[in-house]
Design a binder for this molecule. Structure first.
Ligand SMILES: [Zn+2]
Length: 68
């Protein structure tokens, strides 16, 4: 199968946040591909950088622009 040809390359990935080589299943995948940070690190990152505020600020920014 074609999967097996690229399996060795695709199945493991190094997370630049913790520096560990982890199985690809430890990474979140999206339409654009595999995320660069592992799931564990993304959790830590989200704790440190809550996205709710950021999104709200962005929403305010856009509504201001739209209604001026
Ligand atoms: Zn990591």
């Amino acid at each position: 199968m074609q999967e097996d040809l690229f399996g060795g390359y695709m199945k493991k990935k190094r997370c630049p946040y913790c520096g560990k080589v982890k199985d690809i299943s430890e990474f979140n995948t999206s339409k654009s591909g595999v995320s660069s940070y592992c799931k564990a690190c993304q959790k830590l990152y989200k704790k440190k950088h809550p996205t709710k505020e950021y999104k709200q600020n962005r929403a305010d920014y856009y509504s201001e622009k739209l209604f001026k």
